[in-house]
Design a binder for this molecule. Structure first.
Ligand code: SAH
Ligand code: SF4
Ligand code: F3S
Length: 462
């Protein structure tokens, strides 16, 4: 392809021709390594970045030695998530010294923060590019500045950008897909950095979400997970979106993440129960079992409201699966208040909990609160919580024994050679003997045993 001098300043054309000339000279496409940390939203953003990079001629690798572009798509939700990224960036220093033409970038939630950008500017000279969550649509321009103009680039502005509905998401998984339906968060829970690094809520239009799902189903995708920090505040109405997607013809299931208890309406619950493709599970982050702490967290519900939701579901669908997030040791939380969280865990019977020791995030309101309990002590509380959960859930899992589950086989199991792992409609791990050729298909499995982390079973219809 002939590129005129004028076109050299169009970032997309520049990158395309640059990558083509690498291909001509070396016989290989330049390779990019994109590593996403954090939540599914970030994984989905990473796939979007890969879609953009593929369009201008990049291939992909997981080996840093082979890469000519490395981008870490980062998470800022807890301190240890950030520490991991700094550690990994440190490891890349020697590689960059050996291969000065290697481009190293970080993006995502950490990179949106000014203090992170400043730290990297000063102390991580090996990094060429730091761009926040609002800059994905500008990836070509940013890379152009780095590659053509040999600049170090820092882009943290919070420009209100339109959602690019036409983006191509390059999915590695060929049967399970993440589909973002909204971005950002308006809730400002006092401990949480997400609203600061992701901005205000923006929803994709339903038509675009629905046609994307229809396309994925026609390509053979079997599980669609709709994503948003709080899907219940999807501005065009989340229950209606669920019903519309449920009406798409095909053999697939629908999941979604996360739903905030403050607006988990009866309409939503009835929709989940009434739509056959929607999985019978709900991730309903509790965070804490004491009303005083919930208030201090600005969660906008109390335990009574939360337990009402649970009760509504349990009365209609006794086997329904609930999972949750818990924060242990919010500033000022007493041991007695922590024990209230344990009480709720016993009462609700979750199939899984994701529990974290509170991590101070600078810039959030809770960061200013006095915190007299040591992290070591909080770690002990966390262990207590996990023990409580293990005792409750291993008994609760027994409800599936003797029944047949529809399992989407995901790959090799942990049990050993010849075993597959997958999840049932309730989202619980099921391991069973089976051939790897079943990967990506629904399999009926008779559940024979419940362990504390998974169900075991045998294929029902060979
Ligand atoms: N929007 C989602 C949560 C996204 S963050 C929701 O509200 O459901 C995922 C989880 O990380 C949160 O539910 C919370 O349990 C945890 N988390 C967030 N900030 C935290 C902090 N500062 N310290 C510890 N855990 C935190
Ligand atoms: Fe964070 Fe709360 Fe928003 Fe979830 S709802 S992302 S916990 S501020
Ligand atoms: Fe982390 Fe950002 Fe997700 S802070 S949890 S990657 S929204």
């Amino acid at each position: 392809m002939m590129i005129s001098l004028d076109n050299q300043t169009d970032p997309e054309l520049f990158l395309t021709s640059h990558n083509e000339s690498v291909y001509r000279m070396t016989g290989r496409r330049p390779l990019a390594l994109i590593h996403s940390f954090g939540c599914q939203q970030n994984v989905s953003d990473g796939e979007r970045l890969m879609g953009r990079l593929a369009k201008v001629g990049y291939g992909f690798t997981k080996d840093p030695e082979e890469a000519s572009l490395i981008i870490y798509n980062t998470c800022a939700v807890r301190e240890n998530a950030e520490d991991r990224v700094y550690g990994n960036l440190g490891d890349l220093k020697a590689l960059k010294e050996r291969k000065p033409e290697l481009v190293i970038g970080i993006c995502g939630c950490m990179a949106q923060q000014k203090h992170v950008a400043d730290k990297i500017k000063g102390s991580y000279r090996q990094v060429d590019l730091v761009f926040g969550t609002f800059a994905y649509n500008e990836l070509y321009r940013l890379l152009y500045e780095v590659i053509a103009n040999k600049k170090r680039v820092f882009e943290q502005s919070e420009k209100p950008t339109d959602i690019d509905e036409e983006f191509v998401q390059l999915r590695e998984n060929k049967f399970q897909a993440f589909v973002p339906i909204m971005y950002g968060c308006n809730n400002f829970c006092t401990y949480c950095i997400v609203p600061y690094v992701r901005g205000r809520e923006r929803s994709r239009v339903p038509g675009s979400v629905i046609s994307e799902v229809r396309q994925l189903v026609s390509e053979g995708y079997k599980e669609i997970t709709l994503l948003g920090q709080n899907v219940n505040s999807y501005s065009y109405g989340f229950p209606q979106l669920l019903r519309d997607i449920n009406a798409i013809e095909g053999d697939f299931r629908i999941r979604f993440m996360s739903s905030h208890p403050k607006d988990a309406s009866d309409e939503l619950l009835d929709t989940i129960l009434g739509c056959e493709k929607v999985c019978k599970s709900l991730h309903l982050p509790l965070q804490a079992g004491s009303d005083r702490i919930l208030k201090a967290m600005n969660r906008s519900y109390d335990t009574e409201k939360y337990l009402k939701i649970v009760d509504y579901i349990r009365r209609r669908a006794p086997e329904f699966s609930l999972t949750t997030d818990i924060i242990v040791g919010f500033p000022g939380e007493t041991y007695e208040e922590f024990c209230m969280t344990k009480d709720i865990i016993r009462q609700v019977k979750y199939d899984n909990i994701y529990s974290f020791v509170y991590s101070r995030r600078s810039g959030t309101p809770a960061a200013k609160l006095e915190d007299s309990i040591s992290d070591k002590q909080k770690g002990l509380w966390l262990r207590e919580l996990l023990l409580e959960q293990r005792n409750t859930s291993s008994e609760w899992l027994q409800r599936f024994v003797g029944k047949t589950a529809r399992v989407l086989a995901e790959g090799e199991g942990r049990t050993g050679a010849g075993y597959l792992t997958g999840k049932n409609d309730e989202g619980i791990i099921v391991e069973f003997e089976g051939d790897i050729s079943l990967k990506g298909q629904f399999v009926n499995v008779n559940i024979t045993k419940a362990m504390n982390w998974a169900l075991m079973g045998e294929i029902a219809d060979k």
